[in-house]
Design a protein around this ligand. Structure first.
Ligand code: FCB
Length: 435
């Protein structure tokens, strides 16, 4: 970043994590099991055969971790609440010991003057609800609204934002479409019905939280990308258009326009979701902010085998193409298509095979280039209020286990020793220079 490229003075700088990826303490103080506990226990699901039972042991080390967050000089911390920690089976009695943990965490953040940005659902459904059919069961949406209302009632005036879901596209398509994520189902029709129930649950939760009259801004976090055709051929262009409709517009159109995108609906054919008459009215209601997670673009090639993405800027350790300008293009496209509320970039960052102590220059270059791309979008008129780097710590990267390191702070899992990487120092200096 050059000194001339200043972000607004009130821009929010943050770091992000999620509950299952860092907390551990999987059965402590009354916590119930989640679908990720179950998924990890089945051989073959997680590449390094690991699980989330200990993870970064953040449940016990949250004080040290908030100290690290403060040392970065950030304004804000995005984390998620483990539903099964505060309501062990997803219905019935609240677990006070679980709420007490988040109360302690919030107090610690308040003491350090760090704003809390909370996500209600970052993929860890209580197993008790999965046993009743999980997100395929429409009733889960109502259970989610009850949970949202309770969190809002307790914490809604202590946190800056509450997001209903993190990346419902992943919950539906990786959880139910290709079985890469919990609960490990591979059924295209079910994935589409699940996506509808997730959107419905978002709407129901928004209404429930609004009724609690909280000061927190309320919204949702979506993973988004542009879809670029590999060539100018009609087949590639059609594929890109359909991909964008099925992923980005599939979630944005119901929320902002009260309908599913026609192109995707037609493509789904008999797999199109069952939608009740009143559903779209519930889903399509004002949100106070949109969280956008950006990691890569979607590269669409109808050839067999498909043409690989060019990767002019390389690929991350996940194999994801590094494509910063996609962030500018995405934000401009969304801004043109929808009447958007303020946006937060709620996740952006890279996996890198970091050795303890080795400088992670690649991550610094990644973040810098994406911040430049973000700034281009802002200069062109997109209202972006903040940026959250994924992630504070190396953590449990879902089906990749602990093999993929996204943190700006290194974690030695044998000792739980945390060591800030070069990128952590760089991020702190960048934030200081922006003030
Ligand atoms: C996102 C997830 C987050 C993390 C990053 C790398 O899709 O929201 O939990 O795994 O990818």
């Amino acid at each position: 970043m050059t000194q001339s490229t200043h972000f607004p003075a009130d821009f929010t700088w943050g770091v992000a994590t999620s509950a299952f990826q860092i907390e551990g303490a999987w059965a402590t103080d009354g916590k119930g099991p989640s679908i990720w506990d179950t998924f990890c226990s089945k051989p073959g699901n997680i590449k390094d055969a690991s699980d989330g039972t200990v993870a970064c042991d953040h449940y016990h080390r949250y004080r040290e971790d908030v100290g690290l967050i403060a040392s970065l000089g950030v304004d804000a911390y995005r984390f998620s609440i483990a539903w099964a920690r505060v309501q062990p089976t997803g219905k019935g009695a609240w677990n006070e010991a679980g709420f007490a943990f988040y109360d302690r965490l919030l107090s610690e953040l308040e003491a350090k003057n760090i704003k809390a940005h909370v996500t209600l659902y970052h993929w860890d459904l209580p197993q008790g609800l999965q046993d009743d059919g999980g997100w395929l069961n429409r009733d889960t949406a109502h259970r989610f609204a009850d949970y949202a209302a309770e969190v809002a009632r307790r914490f809604g005036n202590r946190v800056a934002t509450i997001a209903t879901h993190n990346e419902p596209w992943c919950t539906a398509n990786l959880g139910y479409g290709n079985a890469q994520f919990a609960p490990g189902v591979a059924n295209a029709k079910q994935a589409i019905q699940v996506s509808h129930h997730l959107l419905l649950s978002h709407g129901l939760a928004m209404s429930a939280m609004r009724a609690a009259k909280v000061s927190a801004a309320l919204g949702i976090v979506l993973n988004q990308w542009t879809a670029d055709p590999a060539t100018d051929s009609q087949a590639d262009r059609d594929m890109a258009e359909l991909e964008y409709a099925r992923s980005v517009q599939w979630f944005m159109d119901p929320i902002f326009k009260g309908r599913y995108p026609e192109l995707a609906l037609r493509a789904h054919g008999a797999d199109a979701p069952v939608v009740h008459d009143s559903d779209m009215g519930i889903i399509c209601q004002r949100i106070d902010f949109l969280g956008c997670n950006y990691y890569f673009r979607s590269w669409c090639s109808a050839a067999n085998p498909p043409l690989p993405a060019p990767g002019k800027h390389g690929f991350t350790d996940m194999g994801w193409e590094i494509y910063p300008q996609g962030l500018t293009e995405l934000l401009l496209k969304l801004n043109a298509e929808y009447d958007l509320p303020p946006i937060y970039i709620t996740e952006n960052g890279m996996a890198n095979p970091d050795e303890a102590g080795a400088p992670d220059h690649a991550r610094i270059a990644f973040v810098r280039s994406h911040l430049e791309a973000l700034q281009s979008a802002m200069q062109a008129g997109v209202n972006v209020q903040g940026y959250f780097l994924w992630s504070l710590l190396d953590n449990f990267e879902w089906n990749s286990g602990y093999a993929k390191r996204f943190g700006i702070i290194h974690v030695d899992y044998a000792t739980q020793q945390r060591t800030p990487k070069e990128s952590a120092h760089w991020y702190r200096e960048l934030i200081t220079s922006q003030r």
